[in-house]
Design a protein around this ligand. Structure first.
Ligand code: FEO
Length: 392
């Protein structure tokens, strides 16, 4: 039994083994959690359900605290299947419960599932009184889907934030202050970069609206990862920072190489950046997952993207990565492209076009025929130096 605060329990699932969270777009090296919360009151409430496949474990967690038949209200904060997959099962196990969600969630749920119950539509400001507690709904469309909402309990100063403020992390603990802090912060940032980066303007607006309501918040209980019970305002401030697309003077080099020439160029550019003390990281796309790159790119001012030419095109992993990057909608970034070619080029031109379609300002490009010679390597080094000077 995992107590969050008086009469509030964490009853969700730790999925230690999931490795491909959103298909292939988010590799969860240490798994993920599908958090759900039980508020015990005169009329007990379940907040969010869990992913399909965990129904028996979920109901066992609930049954440690209460007979599921006693649950009077089930709040569905988000339709995405990681939070709603077990809904058909829960409807059967909680026959005395009323269900609540946004209109968009109801619309989607009726397409996803066969629902043998009514879903009551709620809007921002609506609330239910469950005895000692009030649960107030706050629509947060696009954090992370159009149907999303949060639920706030003023008596407990507790915000059930659903996808916002989460991490894909696994632990037998439930509080953020109980686990390794550097891992917590890394996974919080990685989660933001992958799930929410593209939605910065909406996040700023919604968080401003929520804070204008002046809610007292002692605890933020997200639907993924750890619960923030110490200084929850700090994670809200951090979200504001990320949502503004603020960057630091950091360069991230991502490349794909066929016979090693493009890799040699990447290292020469890195040396140029390092010679000016720029924080720089280098990744071969063939051995790095996109989610890790999103984490590294979130606060990097400069992207340095390389590919060998293959059939007059950029290589396919880099092409896929640039397609993924476009969806993240990076803002206020500069880039340099590079790559080797054999009998004819093409990759650099294609990468430039892709980066421009991402809204990234390409300020330089270098290519080299076959293997870069010393003059071409100097050009790469100098490009790193010039990029560093631009950053500084
Ligand atoms: Fe955790 Fe948008 O689902």
């Amino acid at each position: 039994m995992k107590k969050v605060t008086d009469n509030v329990y964490a009853v969700g699932i730790v999925d230690w083994n999931v490795r491909r969270f959103h298909g292939n777009t988010y590799i969860t090296k240490k798994g993920a959690t599908y958090n759900s919360y039980l508020v015990i009151d005169k009329e007990p409430v379940l907040i969010d359900v869990v992913n399909k496949g965990f129904e028996e474990e979920f109901i066992a967690n609930i049954s440690e605290i209460i007979d599921p038949k006693e649950i009077k209200h089930v709040i569905l904060n988000h339709l995405e299947p990681d939070h709603s997959g077990a809904i058909e099962y829960i409807i059967k196990k909680c026959p005395n419960a009323k269900f609540y969600a946004t209109a968009k969630l109801k619309e989607g749920a009726l397409k996803y599932y066969k629902l043998d119950t009514e879903i009551n539509i709620v809007k921002t400001g609506d609330s239910i009184k469950t005895g000692d507690n009030t649960l107030t709904f706050i629509e947060v469309p696009m954090i992370h889907w159009p149907d999303s909402m949060m639920t706030y309990c003023p008596e407990k100063k507790l915000l059930f934030s659903n996808d916002a403020f989460g991490q894909h992390i696994t632990s037998d603990k439930i509080f953020a202050d109980e686990i390794d802090r550097s891992e917590l912060l890394k996974e919080t940032k990685k989660y933001y970069a992958n799930i929410l980066w593209a939605l910065g303007p909406i996040i700023q607006r919604k968080l401003t609206e929520i804070l204008a309501m002046n809610p007292a918040i002692d605890i933020i209980a997200p639907s993924h990862g750890m619960i923030w019970r110490k200084e929850p305002a700090k994670i809200i401030e951090q979200y504001f920072e990320w949502a503004q697309n603020k960057t630091v003077n950091k360069a991230v080099i991502v490349y794909e190489t066929m016979w090693g020439s493009t890799e040699i160029m990447a290292r020469a550019i890195l040396n140029g950046l390092s010679s000016k003390n720029i924080d720089v990281k280098l990744f071969d796309i063939a051995s790095t997952d996109f989610g890790e790159l999103a984490y590294e790119l979130l606060d990097a001012k400069a992207f340095v993207i390389g590919s060998s030419t293959h059939d007059n095109e950029m290589l396919p992993y880099i092409a896929g990565f640039l397609y993924f990057l476009k969806g993240l909608k990076p803002k206020n970034r500069i880039a340099v492209t590079f790559g080797s070619y054999g009998w004819a080029g093409g990759a650099v031109k294609e990468m430039n076009e892709s980066l421009k379609s991402c809204g990234v300002d390409v300020i330089g490009q270098i290519d080299a025929k076959f293997k870069p010679d010393s003059a071409e390597l100097k050009k790469c080094f100098d490009a790193g130096v010039q990029l560093a000077e631009k950053l500084n």
